[in-house]
Design a binder for this molecule. Structure first.
Ligand SMILES: [Mg+2]
Length: 283
């Protein structure tokens, strides 16, 4: 039997469009922290400049978590904001303590501004139709986000495309896909990806344990699992190493090395249209 696990933000949603209020709010807060006037054009220009640098060389700009490179920073506006914020705060000499900065950027500012996106989810084209087509199939959503926030977005989508409300009880949030646990040895430590100088870290235990619990409840194994997500390193690398098939839902921000790796892998698929997902998973 096949079990399908979907990522949510950036996979079912258009993270760029949905994240716009996050980016705007976050930059306003950074402007204040930097002691610059509201609407400062220097701040806006720096944000554009850093985003362009990251896009030009995604392999050189990882998102760091607990001091380790765990994902590319390029893929969505939430991850991209951290290097932008660091550049701005460095430039104006604000909030020099790494501890204070880490707490503020990843904690308070992230949560406060993410809230601003919840009122108006923006779905990818075809998301509602695809989820409706999965009705009756063994399908789950596993996300780093708040379980109830994502269930709320699905309820909103169900109002546009009725027939998907059954998924609201199939969301497993707080998946901590960033967390790497060296003490857990069921997966190899690393994966080498051509075009990426650093290794992809695979020992994502918290995420694994959620997938394992879903598979156990279904009487299935990793060989029965299909995972679909928008960030190879975060969503797909560990499940692939455990034997799953994986689909990478690409956007203009997907690094070329991720596209190439998934395309060339016998258990990988690059997905350009969500309508491909049901047949990819369930045949
Ligand atoms: Mg995602």
């Amino acid at each position: 039997m096949t079990v399908l696990v979907l990522d949510f933000d950036g996979t079912m949603t258009d993270a760029e469009a949905e994240g716009r209020p996050f980016v705007e709010g976050y930059l306003e807060d950074l402007t204040a922290l930097a002691g610059r006037p509201a609407g400062d054009s220097e701040i806006a220009a720096m944000a554009v400049e850093v985003a362009a640098e990251i896009a030009a060389a995604p392999d050189r700009h990882p998102f760091l978590w607990m001091g380790r490179a765990v994902a590319p920073a390029t893929v969505d506006p939430y991850l991209r904001m951290v290097p932008i914020a660091n550049r701005i705060l460095d430039r104006y000499g604000a909030l020099a303590s790494p501890t204070d900065r880490g707490r503020l950027l990843g904690g308070v500012l992230y949560k406060y501004n993410y809230q601003k996106t919840l009122g108006h989810p923006v779905f990818r084209a075809g998301a509602g139709e695809m989820l409706r087509a999965l009705s009756g199939k063994e399908t789950w959503i596993v996300t780093n986000s708040d379980t109830h926030a994502v269930a709320g977005k699905i309820a909103a989508l169900d109002r546009e495309t009725p027939g998907i409300a059954w998924l609201t009880s199939r969301v497993r949030g707080y998946a901590r896909k960033f967390d790497v646990d060296d003490a857990w040895t069921d997966a190899p430590a690393e994966l080498a990806v051509r075009g990426l100088d650093r290794p992809v870290l695979l020992r994502r235990r918290a995420y694994h344990d959620i997938l394992r619990a879903i598979l156990d409840a279904a009487g299935a194994t990793f060989a029965d699992l299909v995972v679909v997500g928008d960030i190879f390193e975060l969503d797909l690398a560990m499940p692939l190493a455990m034997g799953a098939r994986v689909g990478l839902v690409a956007s203009q921000h997907t690094p070329g090395y991720e596209r190439a790796f998934v395309t060339e892998h016998p258990r990988g698929r690059l997905i350009s249209d969500l309508a491909e997902v049901p047949a990819f998973a369930f045949g």
